[in-house]
Write a protein that binds this ligand. Structure first.
Ligand SMILES: Nc1ncnc2c1ncn2[C@@H]1O[C@H](COP(=O)(O)OP(=O)(O)OP(=O)(O)O)[C@@H](O)[C@H]1O
Length: 318
């Protein structure tokens, strides 16, 4: 559905040239939900703006549903609706209902078609009661919900969401996540979501692109990424404070072992790649006459995976 080939983009000022996107290539098949991750300034919004034909790339080509995206060809954009970063996607001086009517109207939906779907969809997303309120008087979360509802009601094959939960509180964040989860379940849309919210990406996306310094450094499924960094840590708490000789012996045993403390409670952190390592550790503790009080398991989460990739502790996957 989306083909991006060798796309590069630079900005030039009198003083310097900034290479924002460097030879980006990827494709997204129909029905796939892709998360676009990257640190601040990595180039995500620039890529999204190029996909939406708001700015042009310097080199490379993009096609959506086999239509080339460029300033001469507006056809591709028929297949795309988007919610861009920030809160200016809808008109603040219009009501929710007027916004929906306006944006769907310019997409060619008839008044009858809009009226048929409007109440149903507003009710579904708990916006019906507020349909005649001016958007400027809605909360930030609700404004974002309206923008996403409009993008989805346009019923295009491709939906592009840039930071859909940016700046939202925990409750609004959860509402948007549940709303998007409901949409992605249907699996008939191809969606690209840029976000810093790892929970959102982990829950919604099939695949993840990580952009770092303008380059696409990772193109992998969420599960593959979690598997790749499947390092399990255990925290061992002991009945008695460790003696000095025991500490020395533990630290000398392996790099897997670290001695740490939290809330003034000392514990031994063991990071292992193989589950059987835990039995060797148990034997070691027995030999050293160290009595275990409890063991807690710590699993790597998606946020840690992202940090490891971007900080380069693991080499690029593609
Ligand atoms: N119009 C512009 N002129 C010059 N430089 C620009 C312009 N737009 C973006 N940039 C630069 O391009 C780089 C990438 O910006 P972009 O907004 O794409 O990053 P991002 O990954 O979306 O970041 P964030 O997560 O902070 O939104 C940044 O260094 C930014 O300063």
């Amino acid at each position: 559905m989306i083909e991006v080939q060798n796309v590069s983009k630079s900005y030039h000022s009198k003083k310097e040239t900034t290479h924002v996107l460097k030879d980006i290539t990827f494709s997204v098949p129909k029905g796939e939900i892709v998360g676009l991750l990257g640190s601040n300034g990595a180039g995500k919004t620039t890529l999204i703006k190029i996909l939406c034909n708001l700015i042009e790339s310097d080199t490379g080509s993009i096609s959506i549903n086999q239509q080339s995206v460029n300033h001469k060809n507006k056809k591709a954009l028929r297949y795309v609706s988007s919610v861009l970063e920030g809160n200016r996607n809808i008109y603040w001086r219009l009501t929710i209902k007027e916004n929906v009517e306006y944006f769907l109207g310019i997409r060619g939906f008839s008044k009858k078609e809009i009226a048929e779907r409007l109440n149903h969809i507003l009710m579904k997303f708990e916006l019906y009661e507020k349909r005649d309120k001016l958007v400027k008087n809605l909360s930030r979360g609700m404004q974002q919900k309206v923008a996403i509802v409009i993008a989805l009601m346009a019923d295009t094959e491709v939906v592009i969401l840039d930071e859909p939960t940016l700046g939202l509180d925990v409750v609004s964040n959860q509402i948007i996540l549940e709303f998007l989860l409901e949409i992605v379940k249907e699996k008939d849309k191809t969606i690209i979501i840029s976000s810093h919210d790892m929970n959102l990406i982990e829950k919604l996306c099939d695949r993840v692109f990580i952009i770092s310094d303008g380059k696409l450094i990772t193109d992998s499924s969420v599960d593959e990424l979690l598997d790749l960094f499947k390092v399990v840590s255990y925290h061992f708490y002991f009945e008695h404070a460790l003696e000095e000789r025991q500490k020395v012996a533990l630290l000398a045993y392996s790099d897997m072992i670290e001695l740490q403390s939290s809330d003034q409670r000392e514990f031994m952190k063991v990071t292992m790649s193989h589950n059987q390592d835990i039995y060797n550790i148990m034997d070691l503790l027995k030999q050293l006459h160290i009595e275990i009080a409890s063991i807690e398991k710590e699993q790597v989460n998606f946020e840690q995976v992202f940090l490891k990739i971007v900080r380069g502790t693991k080499h690029a996957i593609i």
